[in-house]
Design a protein around this ligand. Structure first.
Ligand SMILES: Nc1nc2c(c(=O)[nH]1)N[C@H]1C(S)=C(S)[C@@H](COP(=O)(O)OP(=O)(O)OC[C@H]3O[C@@H](n4cnc5c(N)ncnc54)[C@H](O)[C@@H]3O)O[C@H]1N2
Ligand code: MOO
Length: 405
């Protein structure tokens, strides 16, 4: 039986980035750039002022205070002005091209207005307050490499070079199939013995959170025909996720029917709890994740196995949530023989991460998952992990280290 890291490696060895598509620049946020952005021109395009003030010749300002005749004005967006005569200055705004002959800009705060002239009060160094042509980016520089996750700074760079359409890795289309005769759809009333198909929604939410596109294809009932029909439909997507029907029950048909449809099973059962009965197979290029049906197990196995795969398929290079060190605040107990993941509430206390249990840890308890923001790894052979132990913890929610104000 593979460990969860071995199982994840088996998956990641089998998946690769999908194709490339061009999307509008704002649609590209959160996506991964599929081609290097090479600067088609330099930036800035000309020497320009970094301050509102006066463009001067530094040589005229050897001894300050000194008065210079103001012979012109260049606003931002103004045209580059001709050479400036010795003893003269040009009023200039931030971003405006520095006129030829000038080699420094004096901020307005360091001057006094004298009508037709300006009095320069502070000392002036050559090159001060000028943004030089090409100092940011040279023509031909790779300014955003292929594989970069696009965030506002990269969007700024793309926009600066006129890229309205951006090549990004395609979104994965992820089919989500629930299985089981006990399931009813959201909107129907549950009765004893039935259960609302919440896994389809939690999985769709998780898929969407990864930036992929969920396609909920409904419920396969507990017979071979229904499984065959629904699984075949799901296999048309880039990825198929099923929930339930993978443990030892006599109606657990998912793996069987997948094999019948030609899928190659790469593992079934992982050394972890929750999530033990997870199976993974490939049907041609389509990865198929068969997740256990307990809603908690479904979400946890999505985190460990599906999320990294979807991210890789969409071009991300950082695909695995890390484990960080934390101090466990209460004793945890378990049966030896399997790695367990304890659902915890993580917080930062005096600069250290601490974890306390998020509630009853039975896999059937959904509320504990709602209360949790992290998982603590309890090692395979441990039976008691004492309070105060340093443990490995995986943070699941992005706001854990944000401050409440
Ligand atoms: N004899 C054994 N029994 C079980 C084992 C085992 O190893 N031997 N493993 C247990 C573990 S661990 C888990 S996890 C579950 C996983 O079983 P399945 O994946 O086959 O899922 P089901 O038994 O069909 O359902 C489990 C549970 O989840 C509920 N469920 C199912 N689908 C949904 C859905 N779409 N939305 C919400 N809830 C769902 C279902 O009603 C059950 O309560 O097996 C143990 N048994
Ligand atoms: O592995 Mo099951 O997912 O423990 O409840």
């Amino acid at each position: 039986m593979p460990s969860f890291t071995e199982a994840r490696s088996i998956i990641l060895d089998r998946v690769a980035p999908l194709g490339v598509e061009r999307v509008g620049i704002l649609e590209a946020v959160g996506r991964v750039l599929a081609e290097n952005l090479i600067a088609p021109w330099e930036m800035p395009l000309c020497d320009n002022s970094a301050m509102d003030g006066f463009a001067v010749r530094a040589d005229d300002c050897g001894e300050t205070p000194v008065s210079l005749k103001v012979t012109g004005y260049i606003p931002a967006g103004g045209r580059p002005a001709g050479p400036v005569e010795p003893g003269c200055a040009i009023r200039i705004m931030t971003g405006a091209p520095v006129p030829s002959g000038c080699d420094a800009v004096v901020p307005v705060e360091e001057t006094e207005d004298e009508g037709d002239a300006v009095r320069i009060m502070a000392t002036v160094a050559r090159r001060q307050h000028i943004r030089f042509k090409g100092e940011d980016v040279a023509t031909g520089d790779i300014v955003v490499p292929r594989g970069t996750l696009l965030q506002p700074p990269e969007i700024s760079m793309l926009a600066s070079f006129g890229k309205a359409l951006v090549p990004v890795f395609r979104k994965a289309r992820v089919a989500i199939l629930s299985t089981g005769d006990e399931l009813v759809e959201l909107g129907e009333s549950p009765a004893p013995g039935t259960i609302i198909n919440s896994n389809a929604l939690s999985l769709a939410a998780a898929v969407r959170q990864c930036g992929a596109e969920p396609v909920i294809i409904g419920i396969a009932r507990d017979n071979r025909e229904s499984h065959r029909e629904k699984l075949a439909e799901g296999l048309k997507a880039d990825v198929l996720i099923t929930s339930a029907g993978v443990s030892a029950g006599d109606r657990d048909l998912v793996r069987d029917v997948l094999a019948e449809l030609g899928a190659e099973q790469l593992f079934w059962k992982v050394d972890m709890k929750p999530g033990g009965p997870t199976a993974f197979s490939m049907h041609g290029p389509v990865p198929v994740f068969s997740l256990p049906g307990n809603p908690v197990s479904t979400m946890i196995t999505f985190e460990f196995f599906v999320r990294p795969a979807l991210l890789r398929m969409m071009g991300h290079s950082r695909v695995v949530r890390p484990f960080v060190k934390a101090t466990l605040l209460e004793e945890a107990r378990k049966k030896p023989g399997k790695v367990n993941f304890l659902r915890v509430q993580a917080t930062e206390r005096d600069g250290r991460l601490v974890a306390s249990t998020a509630g009853e840890q039975h896999t059937g308890i959904l509320r504990t998952m709602v209360n949790a923001n992290a998982l603590v790894l309890l090692p395979r052979e441990a039976s008691v992990v004492p309070a105060g132990s340093e443990v490995e913890m995986m943070i699941l929610r992005d706001d854990v280290t944000m401050l409440e104000r």
